[in-house]
Design a protein around this ligand. Structure first.
Ligand SMILES: [Zn+2]
Length: 88
């Protein structure tokens, strides 16, 4: 079994064993943590991750889904622009 000397994802921060048993997760505002314990020394562990905004899925009335990213034009503004283009 691999024993690490520095804290790393998936390794016990107490003994270094790569023997983490995950049994739940909890989402907080901008982060998530996994509840776990070490299968080697039985330490209780929360493994934390920061959440980063990566986009939105907009569900429209016609069952269409628009995948939108940070900085994309708001859907209703986009339609306005399209209508103006049609008139011109
Ligand atoms: Zn351990």
């Amino acid at each position: 079994m691999e024993i690490l000397e520095r804290v790393s994802q998936g390794n016990c921060p107490k003994c270094g064993a790569a023997d983490i048993i995950y049994h739940g997760s909890e989402v907080q505002d901008e982060s998530i943590f996994y509840e776990a314990n070490c299968g080697f020394c039985d330490a209780m562990i929360h493994e934390h991750y920061d959440l980063k905004f990566s986009g939105m899925s907009l569900f429209l009335e016609n069952n269409e889904v628009k995948e939108m990213e940070m900085g994309d034009t708001i859907f209703n503004q986009r339609r306005k622009t399209t209508d103006e283009t049609k008139k011109a």
